[in-house]
Design a protein around this ligand. Structure first.
Ligand SMILES: [Zn+2]
Ligand SMILES: [Zn+2]
Length: 363
């Protein structure tokens, strides 16, 4: 990709941004050295939207964003044409669990959550994406109610930021892997204009929704419309999946390399309903953000193409080949996991039979 000329003194960016497309293709960018750097990092990969962390995602306490830095962030967004209310989707810290059955831990999570939301408002950011958390060893419906209660509290303590719930991959006791969970939570949110949903393609697939084909994706969106409703869809996370369908493993992969393949991304890049919302890549880049620049260009290239386009089919095969080895490795892991599960259940069955025999003997 050619470097943009800096002859006029303007900053040169690695990838040219496509401002003609109605899609807001973007990626999760770094903010080290100051939150305002995220804006330049987004420009560097030619992104029309971006995600970022508002503080270290693995630490409970981080220093506040300085007024000067917040001003710089907003002014850079204005300079480069990012609407802070619609084009930026921060990602919440991973450990925030608003559904935690332990009261003290729930309060700690709420404190960090509210701090994130206040950071958004300081930066004039209109959307905030987070993981709905885990019921741990508690009751599932009570966990959903706790989450909704905390969303309601947070809305009352902030002014405008929309709280966007991400769907999950379904491992452990996580909530939000089933679209029904998200629906139930939204039903309990009082101010529905302040809540939205982010669909992560990898998480959907890992949770058992087969979005790898046009037919499967159409079914998924129909289910989404019936269960939650289009008006709540606020963002998309674009990831291929390293693990097979329904494996409940949250393993992001580069577009076209994984078990999803390139087809669902062509479908996304041609779905008019997904225009004007952040469509954000979270694929593994191993510290090299230029991978995102390439993937954004790939998404733009997929626009206007059909599934039987020979160029698309060749691209699909090319990327699938690059991911072949990793898919085979992950298939093995998933089979090993399945056979372990069936051994455990066989043991359990054997245990039950033994128990029944003992009971019979006692009788
Ligand atoms: Zn996430
Ligand atoms: Zn995600």
């Amino acid at each position: 990709m050619a470097k943009k000329s800096a002859a006029n003194g303007a900053k040169a960016f690695k990838y040219e941004r496509n401002r003609e497309t109605p899609f807001k293709f973007g990626a999760h960018v770094g903010m080290s050295g100051g939150i305002s750097n995220a804006v330049l990092n987004a420009m560097d990969i030619g992104a029309n939207s971006f995600a970022l962390f508002l503080k270290s995602p693995r630490k409970w306490v981080s220093p506040d964003i300085k007024d000067e830095e917040a001003e710089k962030f907003k002014s850079l967004c204005q300079t480069y044409g990012y609407n802070t209310r619609t084009d930026i989707l921060p990602h919440g810290s991973y450990f925030i669990n608003l559904a935690n059955p332990d009261k003290e831990k729930e309060e700690k999570a709420f404190g960090s959550f509210l701090d994130d939301l206040k950071r958004c408002e300081k930066l004039d950011i209109g959307l905030y994406n987070f993981h709905p958390g885990s019921r741990l060893d508690g009751d599932h419906d009570e966990a959903l109610a706790r989450l909704a209660k905390n969303i309601n509290r947070a809305i009352k303590e902030t002014k405008f930021v929309k709280i966007v719930i991400e769907n999950m991959a379904g491992h452990g006791n996580l909530i939000g892997s089933d679209l029904q969970d998200i629906k139930k939570v939204i039903d309990m949110v009082e101010d529905k204009s302040r809540v939205g949903v982010c669909i992560d393609t990898c998480h959907s697939f890992a949770a058992g929704y087969d979005v790898s084909t046009e037919e499967g994706f159409t079914k998924f969106w129909k289910l989404f419309e019936e269960t939650i409703g289009w008006n709540y869809l606020s963002a998309i996370h674009l990831n291929d999946s390293k693990a097979p369908l329904g494996d409940n493993r949250d393993l992001h992969q580069k577009l076209g390399y994984g078990f999803l393949g390139l087809e669902p991304f062509l479908i996304i890049a041609n779905n008019k309903k997904l225009q004007n919302i952040p469509v954000v890549l979270e694929t593994p880049v191993q510290g090299d953000d230029s991978v995102y620049g390439e993937e954004i260009k790939l998404l733009e290239w997929l626009q206007g193409r059909s599934l039987d386009d020979p160029l698309f089919l060749a691209k699909k095969d090319e990327l699938a080949k690059l991911g072949e080895k990793e898919r085979a490795e992950q298939s093995k892991k998933s089979q090993a996991k399945a056979s372990k599960k069936s051994k455990v259940s066989k043991k359990r069955q054997a245990g039950n039979i033994l128990e029944a025999t003992i009971i019979k003997k006692i009788k």
